[in-house]
Write a protein of this length. Sequence first.
Length: 254
Amino acid sequence: MKKRKKLLVGNWKMNPETLDEARHIASVIRRGMKKVSNVNVIICPPFPFLAVLRPKDKNVFLGAQDVFWERAGSYTGEVGLPMLDDVGARSVIIGHSERRAQGETDEMINKKVKVALVGGMGVILCIGEKERDANGHFLATIKQQLVSALLKVDKKNASNLIVAYEPIWAIGKSDREAMKGDSIHEMNIYIKKILSEIFGQDIGRAIPVLYGGSVTPANAEDIVKNGRVDGLLVGRQSLKPAEFIDIAKIIGNI
Ligand code: PGA
């Protein structure tokens, strides 16, 4: 059976400060990716850099970090799906924990997911618990986040959906504090079970699940091999192109 390509998403967050730096990071990643196989990369820079970084490569794609749920209109400060589409973004991160912390609700996330999927855009839906509790309440949190984000999503659009599991307690830490592959595997099974309940088994099982939270070249292999995830969502290391390419090479060999 042909191996499914791994996915490596680089979430630049609100970095870097200048277009020159953004161009530099993107061009080093592009050059590096010419020597990597079995991996597709999606770089997600801040909005102002998107149009300039439009990629022409076969394994490097462009994504945005958010989208508004209306397509256009009087919504000062927001960015609509047709704009992202027009500048070459093929995916969008929705529901990142840092946006949820800014007040984004499940209902807003659901509206964004629907507009993006209906518009044919790839959605990288972020979910993850704040903390782990001995009674397993975090599992209910994960289920609730998935069910509410995917409410009334038509299953015919689910082929453009990717789920990124990012436990908040593991984001922005050292690689030793990231979640270990074996525990990620358990979460992966749980997430696929919920997705199967929502969309039916064939569609639910086929939705790629990524892990995010303090991924580096030191833990990427354990996470992808033992966690059996379809790829990674990387924050800080995606701004260090050499490390980012190392991660791509590591997961491309699994
Ligand atoms: P990190 O961020 O890799 O810097 O921990 C991941 C994320 O928030 O997407």
